[in-house]
Design a protein around this ligand. Structure first.
Ligand SMILES: [Fe+2]
Ligand SMILES: [Fe+2]
Length: 168
């Protein structure tokens, strides 16, 4: 299995093309479906942005730029907060509204968010306290776990979108 940096973002363009067909579907659910469509795009863009920031952190540390790594970690923390808020407060509730049978999967993903925020907070403290080497091994574990989480999320979204389009 490839590392987080080589992770293929997945068939986003395919879902977006399918989501475009929503415009021609059941007008009763159009508002909710449009919210989902907008949130799918935002979620996918944020996943890509988070991966880019991971790359900046690794790059900074390879160059010995600890200050740059700290600055990128601050950006990562803000990006993660915004991302989890979008998923927990907008995206997952909208998906749940369309497909209540996905409740368990969505709740499991949501529970993991708090864990990732806590791990990231500890990693940042670790960079201050224990230095780059200790930080890097912890960061790799965190990044791999987050990549697996995002992959599951994108698979669930793809399945949901497929079922929404098929039912239209
Ligand atoms: Fe998530
Ligand atoms: Fe996510």
């Amino acid at each position: 299995m490839g590392g987080a940096l080589r992770w293929n973002p997945g068939p986003r363009d395919e879902w977006m093309a399918r989501m475009d067909r929503i415009d021609r579907l059941d007008p009763m659910e159009t508002g909710l479906r449009h919210r989902v469509k907008r949130a799918v795009r935002q979620m996918s863009d944020q996943h890509r942005n988070i991966r880019a920031i991971h790359g900046s952190i690794r790059g900074a540390l390879e160059r010995g730029g600890v200050q740059d790594a700290r600055a990128a970690l601050d950006r990562l923390q803000s990006a993660m907060d915004a991302h989890f808020t979008l998923e927990d407060e907008v995206f997952f509730p909208a998906l749940h509204g369309l497909r209540p049978e996905f409740a368990d999967s969505l709740e499991a993903l949501s529970r993991e968010h708090a864990g990732f925020s806590e791990v990231l907070r500890k990693l940042i403290a670790d960079l201050e306290a224990s230095g780059v080497e200790s930080f890097q091994s912890g960061f790799d574990v965190y990044a791999e776990a987050l990549a697996a989480h995002e992959r599951r999320e994108e698979q669930i979204v793809a399945t949901l979108v497929e079922s929404i389009v098929a039912s239209g």
